[in-house]
Each structure stands twice: as structure tokens, then as C-alpha cells.
Write a protein that binds this ligand. Structure first.
Ligand code: ADP
Ligand code: MG
Length: 716
């Protein structure tokens, strides 16, 4: 997949042009030893291009390829012929029906409506098995029952789901799934996919424009590639069900620090426990089957925390496969007696879960735009794209922050385990120094791209080092051939953060092109762009005070909370940027802002309600009972005094939270989100702190919830 070697010939308007690979195909190798079934069946449930070519007549394939390249509909007869072949393929895989598979604005939980292959032939009045071209390409639904930020109402609800022909159909749970975009009757985006596809186009268009100014007229397409890394926790299902907070909110709203957490670093890259190993092997096989190229699985920092990642893919496909992988992992956890937690901070005091997005740009001529070149021209191109990204981070740090802003992710950002909420670009010491020299008129080629060999001074082969050191504290570090957007949350749909990154980049490429087209020399524009935006370069420790000092000095955007960040989405700057780049019109971006604010406020409302319920019905009765027994024992001790004090404090804090909860404002999503952040969150924290102290002191036989230790170490 990765190297974009594969090209598909596509006919546009009678003219044939190469198109970048849509989806990697796989031919099991012929070899003398038998292949493990998991490898032999790789990709077998994906209708990739290679299979499609074999299934349909060449005429139909080319008609489809033309439709994919141009977005124009296929002829009815051709579409019916295509659907008939796809129907047969799906039946051969055991499918009894199909469903469009789309991403409404509710986190990474796809939408689907199963439609069977059963139809009536009205000419003969008989039941038949059928899939028409029109059924394959689109379906209509109710847009008002999904979060839509007022783009749809119950009396004006029509919405359409249309096949994203760039993403291949697949078979899962005896169903043929057709990856789709979801838009309103007016054509406005109601989903995660549509804006990402538009942002990909903007990056393609603006990159080609800049490449042209850099003297490259061969490149016809620039694509954005993404490799995600998904972190998650696995815990026993029965313990999950005994925790109302996990069931209602996906995170523990209280819970004392475990006796042993991650202090000994004993989980990171440790062997998988036998039970987790069986789960992971089965999950990997199912994902391979679905064309998700899982390459890496390992234990993460916290106990019961794990990570998987596939090989990178086109951004749109990576977003689809991430949602699908989350589905597979979730479904399979049930079979293994686990529940999987994708929440960014399911347990306080130990590592949370992120979803690093390795993000890069490649051309259809095989060039990776984020790899330093050997020649002056190649290096100028590299520095030009780095300059554009630097400007994107500096000028549009607000958008990148919005892209990773959720109630869950706010617990992670800047919390000594994840990148800070201040967005900066990490290039590494040497590249940063080089880029700054270029800004001052230095030579483009002076960056040393020879990898150094690390001598180990032991009988171990010398090691080839990466060009720059690794910075785990940076939100957006360069990794030698790509950038890694590390701030993305584990439970996010990655399409939105990717849309924001692509929008920020495309705007800066456009800015640079406009400067050049206004008459400035290319090199001057590159240099000025770096100079004006170099405040956003930071290669130091992102967890340190130094970053905050740097941010202040360089006037970097620092949006501390999600509600604060959401406000920025509809600033005059951003409305113009999104509409100039054709990513969101003004109504669409206002709707998205509303959806995010509503989700934030609603999540906090559910959390507060759940915490109040647990405190009132489980924790307070138990701690009072414990205090009663202590008093009746006739002994006196500091322990008993402390417990009695804490019980009183808990009652007071619970009352405060209850009052604040009853006062939750109802005058618009922005106000609700701010109130949730400013008032509800701190009160929840205060009540929790007292409850957690009590948990460590009261009779553990009375404690009504599974503890952190039981949940985190139960299956290790
Ligand atoms: P880490 O060491 O940061 O945990 P991993 O090896 O787990 O990294 O994941 C790295 C990810 O980066 C993989 O998905 C990989 O395919 C992806 N990747 C590698 N090169 C590129 C590239 N040029 N563009 C986008 N993604 C890439
Ligand atoms: Mg990682």
C-alpha cells in the first residue's frame, strides 16, 4: 500500500490518466509451506479494485472508474450490471443484504440500515433476489435524528447517503457494507467524511499549484496519507457492568489510585497476557480479512492498556478503516468477556488513550513531500511544504485545537502524558536550526540527511538512527518522512482532526501561491513564510514551563478548554478560510460548532447526573454505615475522625454538585458547554477527590464498586 507504486488507469473524458492507488490489493504468495489461514485470507472480505476487475466486464469497470474519477453518475444499465456482479460476490460471502455505512456526527460510531436482497418483480409478481444500481449508489433517510446542528428539522428532514466510490465495499456480519457520505437535501455535510474529502481536494489543488511554481509540472495528484495508532483499555465485562459510570459515560467518575499503577513501567511493551493475546490474534485476523493492514500490536503504558496500528493509507480510507477497526475490536471484546474502552481518560492518575495520526503528503509521481531531498530543488520543495505547514500551525493553531477538542480529550491534553493544548511544530534540533537559517537566506541544501550510525560498543550490529530524536511531548512532531499529529483523542473520529490539519495546510499553500503570483520570488516567499511563523517552532519539552513561556513570547494561540476552542470555529478568519477552500460553507461550520458544543454539554450533563446517582445511592450510604460501625466500636482513632470528617465533606460536596446540576442553563449550546466546563467539572472533581480518599479508608467489604486494582489487573 504505502509506497503508492500501484496505479489504476482511469479514463476521464476519453483521456486516460493515472490515479493513485485506492486500496492495496493482496495476492497470497505461492510458496512451499502452507500459509497460516490468517495470512491466506487477508483482504478476502474487501471488494478491492483487483477483485472488481475480475468480476465485471472491462466496459463496466471503465464506466465505474470514470464515475469514480469524475463524480458523474453511471448509466442506468451499467450501474445495474455493476450491482448484479457485486450482489453475486456478496452472496458468495454469505451476505443476505446490504447497508450503506456512514459517519454521522456522533463520534466514531457509524450509521447503518440493513436492507435485504429480497425484492419483488412486479412484472411477474414474484419474490426475487436483487440489488439495483440505484440501490448500490444511494439511499435516502431522515437527517433530523442524527446530530445536525440545526441543518435539519423534523419537518425538513430529508438526507441522502451516497456511496463514496473511493472507499471499497466490504463484508462484515453477513452484510455488504458500502462506505458512504451523508448530506442534507440541500447538499450540506451531515457527516465526518464529506468535509475530509473536500479538504483532501483542497490540499491536492493547492499543493499542485505550489509544485507548479517550484517547477514541477509532472505531478498530477497530491494525496494525503494517514497511519493511525489506536490506544484502548480492555477490562472484564462483569466489572464494567458493575460500574454505572463506565456504562453511562465510558470513564470512571471516581476511583482511588490503584495500589500499583504504572509506576514500574511494567506494562509498556510487556508480553500480552494469554487471554489478551487470544483476543488480539482473533481481532487481527478479522481486521486483515477486512483489508485493515494491522502491522503492530503492543501493550501500552498503563496496566490493561494496549495499542494497534495498521500501515498508512489514503486519509479517507484510513478514517474508514479506523472506525471499522473500532467496531471489530468492540464486537470481539464481547465474545471474549471483555469490554473495550476507547475513552481518552477512563482512569484518573494513569495514562489515557490517544490516537496518533501519522500524516504525510505523496505525489502520484512517487515523491514524499516531507522527505528532505538530495538536490537543491528537492530540498527547496521539502522546505516549502514544511514552511506551509508551519504557517498552518501558527496561524490556524485554533483549528488544530478544535480538531482535537472533546470533553474526553480535554482530560488528556497537557496532562503530563499527552501533548499540550498549545499547538507547535517540532522539527528536531537540527532541522529546526536549518529551517531558521534558510529563513535568514541560508542554503536550502545544508541539512545533513545522512543517517548517523549508533555505535553500541558491544557485539551488536551498529544501528541506523532516525534523522532527528523523538519527542513524545510534542503535539505535531516531524518523523523523518511524515508528521505525527499526536493530540488526537482515542475516541475521536479521525476525519475531523484530519480535515482541520488539511484545511490549515491548504490555506497556507494558497497563501504562498498568492504571494508568488503577486510577483514575489519563490525563495523569498518560502523564507518570509518561515520567518513570520517561526514562533510556532518548538523542539523542547512540551510538558515543561518553558513551553508556556515560549507560547507567551511568541503569542501562540492557547485555547485551554474545548468550549473555548469551539468559539474559534466561526471567527471571521475561519469562516472565510473554510468557504474559500470549499470545505464548509458558513451554515455548515456553524452547525458543526453547535454539534460539538451540544455534545460537550450533554456529555458533562450525563457525567454529573451519573456521579450524583452513584454518590447518593451507593457511596454515601456505604460510608455512613462504615462511620456508624466505627463509632459503635467504642475505639477512638485518627482514622475514625478522618473518616467522619470526610463523610461530612462528601455530603457537602454532593449537595453543591446537585445545586449546580439543577441550575444547568438552557440558553444555547455555547453557554451550556461553558457552564459544564467552568462550573460542573470542578464540582465533580471536588466530590470525587473526597470519595476517593474515603475509598482508601473504609471497610473494603462494603465498597459497592469494582476498584481500579480489580479492573486494571483482573486479567493480566
Ligand atoms: P510509533 O513508533 O510512533 O508508535 P508506529 O510504528 O506504531 O509508530 O506507527 C507509525 C505509523 O506511521 C504507521 O501507521 C505507519 O504506517 C505510518 N507511516 C509511516 N510512514 C508514513 C507516511 N509517509 N505517511 C503517513 N503515515 C506513515
Ligand atoms: Mg505509539
Amino acid at each position: 500500500m504505502g509506497n503508492l507504486d500501484g496505479k489504476v488507469a482511469v479514463v476521464t473524458g476519453g483521456e486516460e490518466k493515472p490515479m493513485t492507488l485506492m486500496h492495496a490489493t493482496y495476492d497470497a504468495p505461492t510458496q512451499t509451506v502452507a500459509l497460516p489461514p490468517a495470512l491466506a485470507n487477508m483482504n478476502s472480505n474487501v471488494l478491492d479494485d483487483a477483485i472488481l476487475k475480475k468480476l465485471v466486464d472491462p466496459d463496466i469497470y471503465y464506466a465505474f472508474a470514470r464515475c469514480r474519477a469524475t463524480g458523474l453518475p453511471m448509466d442506468k444499465e451499467d450501474a445495474n450490471a455493476l450491482a448484479k456482479s457485486i450482489l453475486e460476490w456478496a452472496q458468495s460471502k454469505g451476505c443476505i443484504g446490504y447497508s450503506h455505512w456512514f459517519s454521522p456526527l456522533r463520534g466514531p460510531i457509524h450509521g447503518e440500515k440493513l436492507e435485504t436482497f429480497v425484492a419483488v418483480d412486479f412484472a411477474t409478481d414474484r419474490l426475487i433476489i436483487n440489488l439495483t444500481g440505484s440501490e448500490l449508489f444511494q439511499t435516502e433517510t431522515d437527517g433530523s435524528s442524527f446530530p445536525n446542528g440545526e441543518l435539519r428539522e423534523t419537518h425538513k428532514a430529508a438526507a441522502y447517503i451516497g456511496w463514496d466510490t473511493g472507499s471499497p465495499p466490504f463484508v462484515y456480519r453477513e452484510t455488504l457494507y458500502i462506505p458512504s457520505a451523508f448530506v442534507s437535501w440541500a447538499g450540506e455535510a451531515l457527516d465526518q467524511k464529506t468535509p475530509l474529502l473536500r479538504a483532501d481536494l483542497a490540499v491536492d489543488e493547492q499543493s499542485l499549484r505550489l509544485l507548479h511554481h517550484l517547477g514541477d509540472t509532472d505531478t498530477k495528484q497530491v494525496v494525503c496519507n494517514v497511519g493511525w495508532e489506536q490506544e484502548f483499555f480492555l477490562i472484564d465485562r462483569e466489572k464494567y457492568l458493575a460500574r454505572p459510570d463506565l456504562v453511562a459515560t465510558g470513564r470512571t467518575l471516581l476511583g482511588a489510585t490503584p495500589l500499583r499503577g504504572q509506576e514500574l513501567s511494567s506494562n509498556y511493551f510487556a508480553r500480552l497476557s494469554p487471554r489478551v493475546n487470544r483476543y488480539m490474534a482473533e481481532a487481527r485476523e478479522k481486521m486483515w480479512n477486512l483489508g485493515i493492514s494491522i502491522h503492530c500490536t503492543h501493550n501500552e503504558v498503563a496496566p490493561a492498556q494496549h495499542e494497534i496500528s495498521p500501515i498508512f493509507n489514503l486519509a479517507n480510507l484510513a478514517a474508514d478503516t479506523n472506525v471499522l477497526a473500532m467496531d471489530v475490536l468492540r464486537d470481539l471484546a464481547f465474545d471474549h468477556g471483555f469490554v473495550i474502552l476507547f475513552h481518552e481518560k477512563p482512569f484518573a492518575g494513569i495514562n489515557g488513550s490517544g490516537k496518533h495520526n501519522n500524516w504525510g503528503l505523496n505525489t502520484d509521481t512517487g515523491v514524499n513531500l516531507f522527505v528532505p531531498g538530495e538536490t537543491e530543488n528537492d530540498n527547496r520543495r521539502f522546505i516549502a511544504f514544511v514552511a506551509a505547514l508551519l504557517r498552518g500551525v501558527n496561524k490556524h493553531g485554533d483549528l488544530l485545537r478544535c480538531g482535537v477538542s472533546t470533553a474526553g480529550n480535554d482530560h488528556r491534553l497537557g496532562a503530563q502524558e499527552a501533548p499540550p493544548a498549545i499547538l507547535t511544530l517540532h522539527l528536531g534540533d537540527r532541522l529546526e536550526a536549518h529551517v531558521k537559517k534558510v529563513a535568514e537566506g541560508g542554503n536550502f541544501t545544508a541539512y545533513e540527511t545522512q543517517h548517523k550510525q549508533i555505535e553500541i560498543s558491544a557485539p551488536v550490529a551498529d544501528i541506523r538512527a532516525s534523522l532527528e530524536d523523538r519527542n513524545r511531548t510534542a503535539p505535531f512532531p516531524w518523523c523523518g518522512n511524515r508528521f505525527e499529529f499526536r493530540a488526537v483523542g482515542g475516541n475521536q473520529h479521525i476525519a475531523f482532526p484530519l480535515t482541520m490539519v488539511n484545511a490549515a495546510l491548504a490555506d497556507s499553500l494558497k497563501y504562498m501561491c498568492e504571494e508568488i503570483e503577486a510577483g514575489k520570488a519563490v525563495d523569498q516567499v518560502i523564507r518570509e513564510t518561515i520567518k513570520q511563523n517561526q514562533g510556532a517552532l518548538f523542539s523542547g519539552d512540551g510538558y515543561s514551563e518553558e513551553l508556556h513561556e515560549h507560547a507567551e513570547k511568541s503569542a501562540l494561540i492557547h485555547l485551554k478548554s474545548s468550549p473555548e476552542a469551539y468559539q474559534a470555529l466561526t471567527s471571521a478568519k475561519n469562516i472565510k478560510l473554510f468557504s474559500d477552500l470549499n470545505i464548509f460553507n458558513e451554515r455548515e461550520i456553524a452547525a458543526r460548532q453547535r454539534v460539538l458544543q451540544e455534545a460537550y454539554a450533554t456529555e458533562l450533563r450525563i457525567e454529573a447526573r451519573t456521579l450524583l446517582n452513584i454518590l447518593r445511592t451507593l457511596i454515601i450510604p456505604v460510608t455512613i454505615e462504615d462511620a456508624r460501625v466505627s463509632t459503635e466500636s467504642g475505639y477512638s482513632s485518627k482514622l475514625f475522625d478522618e473518616k467522619a470528617n470526610l463523610v461530612q465533606q462528601l455530603l457537602t460536596e454532593t449537595d453543591k454538585l446537585a445545586v449546580a446540576f439543577d441550575d444547568f442553563p438552557d440558553d444555547g449550546p455555547a453557554q451550556s458547554a461553558s457552564y459544564a466546563h467552568e462550573t460542573i467539572k470542578p464540582l465533580m472533581q471536588s466530590a470525587r477527590t473526597v470519595a476517593d480518599r474515603l475509598e482508601a479508608l473504609v471497610d473494603s467489604r462494603l465498597w459497592p464498586l469494582p476498584t481500579y486494582s480489580e479492573m486494571l489487573h483482573g486479567h493480566q
